[in-house]
Design a protein around this ligand. Structure first.
Ligand code: 5GP
Ligand code: ZN
Length: 112
């Protein structure tokens, strides 16, 4: 069993509310939402953080990045959304499996 909680979510060992998935990635609601809509998008491949991504990961991360606006649109975020990637403990990363936050809501998000 993996000790990475996002790998365990991918394996279905920890339940999550999935909103999108394909062969490259899975998107699910954040357990502690910080905006009316707060979804995490993770590659199926375990990459520790953006700092550990390699040249070989470029195409994968391109596909994940390009999926974000499609996922956001499906979530009803027609006016836009915020994307956050926290990298390393200094960047506020708590789960060390690379993930993109999608944040949005009906109104403009406060500046952060
Ligand atoms: P980070 O600070 O690493 O960028 O963000 C990790 C995010 O994962 C946090 O927003 C946190 O609420 C979320 N999270 C942590 N554990 C779980 C979990 O078991 N399930 C879900 N759905 N989200 C989680
Ligand atoms: Zn993982």
């Amino acid at each position: 069993m993996s000790d990475c909680i996002f790998c365990r979510i991918l394996a279905g060992e920890i339940p999550s509310q999935r909103v999108y998935e394909d062969e490259d990635m899975v998107a699910f609601h954040d357990i502690h939402p910080k905006a009316p809509v707060h979804v995490l998008v993770i590659p199926r491949k375990h990459i520790h953080s953006l700092a550990e991504a390699g040249e070989d990961d470029g195409a994968l991360l391109g596909r994940v990045t390009l999926a974000l606006p499609r996922i956001a649109k499906e979530l009803g975020l027609t006016q836009g959304f915020r994307t956050i990637i926290n990298t390393g403990s200094g960047g506020g990363q708590e789960v060390f499996h690379l993930h993109y936050h999608i944040l949005g809501g009906p109104a403009r998000l406060p500046f952060a």
